[in-house]
Design a protein around this ligand. Structure first.
Ligand code: CP
Ligand code: NVA
Length: 303
């Protein structure tokens, strides 16, 4: 990777994204080389996590390194100590910072003052490791990325932004249906559109789930209320009520279309009960692929 840090999908070129996917395919089949032997990696998490925390911990171990989990209350990012000092101090001890936080600007500050790489493990703006695992999953299931149509239903949030950028980078077609007021931020769409133009993909913004799922190879959704938005729960439930993904909506897509969700899911909200276990659902393969793609990312950045 040219960039030392992975704060956004925009930090990666199309070639780098495809390279990480290929490397993850190999790492999934073979024992990983101990490229992190003697190295420690800090996992600094300000929000809860199951998949990201465990897969980064296991990935560092499998590459021969030593992960150190630091929860919100221990570190007090910006409360007990300013991010710049935390970055300077941790850089003296560890070889990389894997960070889950709220503001993207916190990640940017950490990256500015750290002398080691900083990896975004989810922020309010992006979830790049998730998007890369998602492309890996689509590639494995469909054997292609370029001619695939991904239909995203729901909130134009961190997961949607990273997936739009990632899909556009590899020439996939990305269509998103969100209610008014919950679209992917315009600057992200503009960046994604530029990438789609360069790579032969297409990007569509809509308010109609039925419209975007037509001819889709992948139906993707995420929670209506992201971590940190708990106070908006009622307003969001109302806004997204007609954006629930259910079997009926899946039936409008291509035959054999994949159903994807980053998890955790809320059956009865963004998905109908039972959808995770639907024969077209690949959500658990998708969750597994977090491990393989993150090994590829760590090996690339630190190997
Ligand atoms: N998909 C995902 O990032 O899950 P966690 O929040 O459990 O890490
Ligand atoms: N959009 C969700 C993703 C969780 C993996 C959130 O930020 O809470």
């Amino acid at each position: 990777m040219k960039s030392k840090h992975l704060l956004s999908i925009a930090d990666l070129t199309s070639q780098e994204i495809l390279g990480l996917i290929q490397s993850a395919v190999t790492l999934k089949k073979e024992t990983a080389p101990p490229v992190l032997a003697g190295k420690s990696v800090a996992l600094l998490f300000e929000k809860p996590s199951l998949r990201t925390r465990v897969t980064f911990d296991v990935a560092v171990h499998q590459l021969g390194g030593h992960p150190i989990y630091l929860g919100r209350d221990e570190v007090g990012l910006g409360v007990r100590e300013p991010p710049a000092d935390i970055a300077r101090v941790l850089s003296r001890y560890v070889s990389a910072l894997v960070v889950r936080t709220f503001a993207q600007s916190t990640l940017e500050t950490l990256a500015r003052y750290a002398s080691v790489p900083v990896i975004n493990a989810l922020s309010n703006d992006e979830h790049p490791c998730q998007a890369l695992a998602d492309l890996l999953t689509i590639y494995e299931k469909k054997g292609d990325l370029k001619n695939v149509k991904i239909a995203y239903i729901g909130d134009g949030n961190n997961v949607a932004a990273s997936l739009a950028l990632a899909a556009a980078s590899v020439g996939a077609n990305f269509a998103i249906a969100s209610p008014s007021g919950y679209h992917i931020p315009t600057p992200v769409m503009e960046k994604a559109r530029a990438r789609a133009r360069d790579n032969g993909g297409d990007l569509t913004l809509s308010e109609s789930p039925q419209e975007v799922v037509a001819n889709a190879d992948v139906i993707y959704t995420d929670v209506w209320v992201s971590m940190g938005q708990e106070e908006e729960t009622e307003r969001r439930r109302m806004a997204f009520e007609s954006y629930r993904v259910d079997q009926g909506l899946l039936a409008h897509a291509k035959q054999g279309a994949l159903f994807m969700h980053p998890l955790p899911a809320h059956p009865g909200e963004e998905i109908s009960p039972g959808l995770l276990k639907h024969p077209q659902s690949v959500v658990f393969d998708q969750a597994e692929n977090r491990l393989h793609i993150q090994k590829a990312i760590l090996a690339d950045i630190l190997g």
